[in-house]
Design a protein around this ligand. Structure first.
Ligand code: MG
Length: 170
């Protein structure tokens, strides 16, 4: 069994990860609608990753005998004015998720819940990578994305991204 506050925070994180998955699917659709299928693919992979994150939090609660409470997922309602907009929004969203995971970590630390801290270690590292990946994509878009040929080549490159399931063992 876990502490009540930790259980609530982890349940809330499941919803945030599912929302992330949903948000990135909306971004993926935006790029597919704009015939940038490589960017569409890149965000479709993000969608799969976020779904996998949600399932890891869910399984952690279940493995510890806690009830999983699924809440409604908010509708992604952002309107994008240009191809850079979703990238910036994705970066800001990852900062929000990192803050949320850090808050759970801080609560686990205060309660000396070492098991949850160890579980969250993978996510702390993963968030660092997510932030770096999106930040790099923004920088590369700024360098190459404003030229149609550069955008075409960048889009082709992003089309090759494939999904790898997280290797985290619970
Ligand atoms: Mg995530």
């Amino acid at each position: 069994m876990l502490n009540k506050k930790i259980t609530e925070l982890l349940n809330s994180q499941i919803n945030k990860e599912f929302y992330s998955s949903f948000l990135y699917l909306d971004m993926s659709n935006y790029y597919y609608d704009s015939s940038l299928n490589g960017f569409g693919n890149w965000f479709a992979i993000q969608t799969q990753e976020e779904y996998a994150h949600a399932m890891l939090f869910l399984q952690y609660l279940q493995n510890n005998g806690e009830k999983v409470i699924l809440e409604a997922i908010d509708k992604p309602d952002k309107v994008y004015a240009n191809f850079k907009d979703p990238l910036v929004a994705a970066f800001e969203h990852e900062l929000f998720v990192s803050k949320s995971i850090n808050e759970i970590y801080a609560a686990a630390y205060d309660l000396k819940d070492f098991k949850t801290m160890q579980f969250l270690d993978w996510f702390v590292k993963e968030q660092g990578e997510e932030e770096k990946n999106v930040d790099e994509l923004i920088k590369r878009f700024e360098l190459f994305g404003t030229d149609v040929r550069g955008l075409y080549m960048l889009d082709n490159e992003l089309a090759s991204r494939t999904f790898t399931a997280p290797s985290l063992v619970l």
